[in-house]
Design a protein around this ligand. Sequence first.
Ligand code: GLC
Length: 408
Amino acid sequence: MELSVARKKKITDASFHVLLNNRRVTDGHQYTQPSPSTYPYQWLWDSCFHAIALSHFSPEDAKKELRSAVSQQFENGMLPHMIYWEPGTLVDIQWGREGKKRTSTITQPPLIAEAVWRIFEKDGDAAFLAEMYPALSSFYEYLLTARDPRGNHLAGIINPDESGEDNSPRFDDVLGLPPVQTLQENFKSRLKLVEELRNGHFDAPFMKQYFWVKDVPFNAILVENLVVLGRIAGHLSKHEDALKFTEASRRVADAMRERMFDGDLFWPTYSESYFKVKLKTWAIFAPLYAGILSEDEAAKLVEEHLLNPSEFLSNFMLPTVAMNERTFDPQGFWRGPVWFASNWFVYRGLLRYDYQNIADRLLENSMELLEKSGFREYYHPDTGAGLGAHDFTWGALVVDMIGRNSRG
Ligand code: GLC
């Protein structure tokens, strides 16, 4: 894919501009607000995206972003998905932790090992790996234990927000919501879960009776990031840990295959009987990112679903929900529009399996979205119109997509 120097420069400059404009420093903690008008706090997986994008411009700023993301780690190792550094405009959820710095009491997808590693790849600063290692190892340990109390090798999430896809139809059944619903109905049921978590004194397994989903992207991200964490441990000569995390990764990958794989696709599961939610969202492609499909399985997935015009082959790729699903809504929050997070994960997966041409198309579409509609939270998969928050940072992931494309 030939990208003109001028085109790349324009997108790169605009990405840096949005990251810089959204940067804030509170009490010496530097972080990036995903969108100052809509999301004026720090979020965990957003910070990982920011750090990955920033590693291309300024590894030092990427490090600061992650340092502040781990600065409010819980004693049990959990990294909160939100840190309310300053009073903001967003609806102020009473997560139940009062204190000097207020945080949420749930987490988000575990991409932080990769974010740390990507910075190290840029500047080779092993001291940064050593500095981050205690926070990383206790976070992943937490996921492997508190989120897997029965030792089944899959991490459970206790609220849809932990998936990063708050309103995804993958969670409708578990929440007891109809396929067509209002934002308010959905929000209300997630707030109810926050209340139950407070009632249960923030003990994750207590939530099993209300919401406990083994989700596909969360566990796929865990598989890949445990491998990266093992690599980090190896670099720090912590050989036992390196082995431990690498083996844990393999066990999660095996469990995903055993419990989630059915009819050629991986599905989220819930309940003790591992009931599968067979609803097609972009999550069916997340295993590509973690390399847990065979070449043949990947080929079938790409040909039958990604390149299927009634499912995921939209004018602007990639809709977050298959277009022929009943729940598909091209403007609904996580219920159809294109988001840069899912595009980035799928792009990584396509390159991993050598689908260069399709990865090129995904990159081309991602660039077109920025050129046509600017840095928005999500986009209409048919028209490319920008939707949701303005000055939203995730478009900056395109800089990383360009950087990883050998033909870029
Ligand atoms: C929304 C998204 C979530 C993100 C947050 C901040 O809640 O669903 O993934 O982390 O906004 O951007």
